[in-house]
Design a protein around this ligand. Structure first.
Ligand code: ATR
Length: 284
């Protein structure tokens, strides 16, 4: 017999690995706050089984997915091959982090860039319009950040990458005269008002080896990754005299809120969720 309560809408985050993901905690907090009846779990897909896992989730009545490493680029291709619609910002980033399934229709979006911009502007008080920004990295994460920063009106986006050819490739792909590539050893002299760390060094275990003088006179350093209390990049920045900085925990919460908005039509309040996650992480 039916209990009379409407069934909960099912969501999950798909990735490999996935057990470390904080998205279930974040979305449970958003649901409690907004009174939404949802279930949100984790979905471990085999490295060669992204599409099959998503199709199964849809067949079982799933309403939406967040997509994380290493499937974001693949998700972008999959949506297009399946005849779904894709948002302009996901297409520009070449990556999808949010999928919505609605009466057989698939929508692919990317909320990472918006999450970054909201965290920088609303939580950390950085006014991006007209700013001179140095971006470290030229992979998928850097590309998404670059699109969002240009769309938000930065005056100059200087991209430095360990492998310079990849920075030049990203500049070509961005096709925006405000974007240019700079040498790795030129970061310190670039006159940035914001230095943004978007490499995957923290995930791959390799040290991010920066040339001397990178942090001299940097007003604000932002690391798109996060870790308990601080990250190696932010430690280095602080030791070199940079007084203001932040990690990417706020970006994580903000991109989740953008996904929740897309799925549920309600924007949750992020600050209480951010504060509680911060306490949990830093107390770990
Ligand atoms: P993601 O999607 O996370 O950005 P990616 O597309 O593999 O991952 O790109 C990884 C980025 O991190 C690249 O810019 C890479 O630099 P290279 O192009 O020189 O490989 C950068 N990266 C990874 N490990 C690094 C390290 N130890 N030091 C400096 N840059 C690093």
């Amino acid at each position: 017999m039916s209990s009379g309560a409407p069934p909960s809408a099912r969501y999950a985050v798909i990735g490999n690995p996935i057990s470390h993901s904080r998205s279930p905690l974040i979305h449970a907090a958003f649901a409690a706050q907004t009174g939404a009846s949802i279930e949100y779990g984790t979905l471990l897909a085999p490295l060669d089984g992204f599409a099959a896992s998503v199709e199964r989730f849809i067949a079982e009545g799933g309403a939406g997915l967040n997509v994380t490493l290493p499937f974001k680029e693949q998700a972008c291709d999959w949506v297009q091959q399946r005849g779904g619609s894709i948002s302009a910002r996901a297409l520009a980033a070449g990556a999808v982090n949010t999928l919505r399934f609605d009466a057989g229709e698939v929508l692919g979006d990317n909320t990472d860039g918006a999450g970054l911009v909201r965290d920088l502007e609303l939580r950390h008080g950085i006014a991006l319009r007209g700013m001179r920004v140095v971006l470290l990295g030229a992979g998928g994460a850097a590309r998404g950040a670059a699109q969002a920063l240009l769309a938000r009106g930065v005056a100059a986006l200087l991209i430095a990458n360990r492998t310079p050819a990849r920075a030049r490739q990203l500049v070509t792909a961005l096709a925006d005269q405000r974007a240019s590539a700079i040498e790795w050893h030129g970061i310190g002299a670039a006159g940035a008002q914001l230095l943004l760390q978007a490499t995957s060094a923290a995930f791959t275990g390799g040290a991010l080896e920066l040339p001397a003088g990178v942090f001299a006179g940097q007003p604000f350093c932002y690391d798109m990754t996060y870790a308990p209390r601080s990250t190696a990049f932010l430690d280095q920045a602080r030791q070199a005299g940079c007084r203001r900085g932040a990690d990417g925990l706020g970006m994580l919460v903000e991109q989740a809120a953008e996904s929740f908005l897309l799925w549920r039509g309600v924007r949750p309040q992020t600050e209480p969720v951010y504060r509680s996650l911060r306490e949990q992480l830093d107390g770990a």
